[in-house]
Design a protein around this ligand. Sequence first.
Ligand code: MN
Length: 328
Amino acid sequence: MNNFEEITKVVQTNNNFLITSHMNLDGDGIGSELAFYFILKKLNKNPIILNQDRLPKIYDFLPGSNKVRHLEDNCIDPKSIDVGIVLDCSNIKRIGKTYEIFKNIKTIINIDHHNSNENYGDLNYIDSSASSVGEIIYEFINFIDSDLLDDKISTSLYTAIITDTGSFRYSNVSSKTFKVAADLTSYKIKPHLIADNIYNRNTYTGLKLLGKALLTLEVDSSNYFSWLTITRKMLNETKAKDEEIEGIIDIATTLNNIEISILFRETKENKIKVSFRSKGNFNVNKFAGKFKGGGHPNAAGCLCSGRLDEIKEKILSELIKEIKYCKE
Ligand SMILES: [Mn+2]
């Protein structure tokens, strides 16, 4: 693994940077991207943020969100970029179709907090004890020059931290997380407004979809895990967008006594995306790995090809086997 000094050197000796994160951008992805973008601007560099997907609407309140580009803008010549910065991705393929550009960039910096990170960068900085990449970027800024921190960067980083910790509720929260958050709130940021923007802007179509999804809720006979299903038909009927699925599994996870919750959903590309959440010791990152997926011990996912009912059957029966094994 590389250290902050080596990363700083690459930052200082280059000019043109392309920043990205994973498909289905989340708060840690966008918050870390924007924080890095603003640092580079302050260092008089030329950064561009490019993601495969459009920015989810809930993050449009973030300062700089209008600068975020997505692949359809078709704006980047890889030859004009010196360094690619990949944030919050355990595997380079998780950046999606922007990989076609990033694979032609000479130097890649990989900064992440997933334990399963594959060290695909020319420089790699992985800290799986960090709640979020936002927490790592905070430390990186303090390493370079703590005076670089400002209101805009603090807002981005605070967003990264609260979204990846479920507002300080997940097991990835440490005393360091609170110290970082406390320091960020010493800038002119308003935690209640950030939370309001992220959590209290449900759409009519999104809530209708949530209703339909909850009607599919099932629980196994031992009351150990639950699962939900979202079909294309349900999305069409409610006119909800795919990004409005985000968060539905977390609501299912609140069910009393269950350890694991699963969401099966049909994607636009005719695949089945499966998301896993675990409230206890069951490691869903490891389990998702059986289906070529991954993530964190308490939140992970995989993408499968096949019919919805077949995938469900396969994953649920594998899970039952695994749980029996764990209990023995
Ligand atoms: Mn993250």
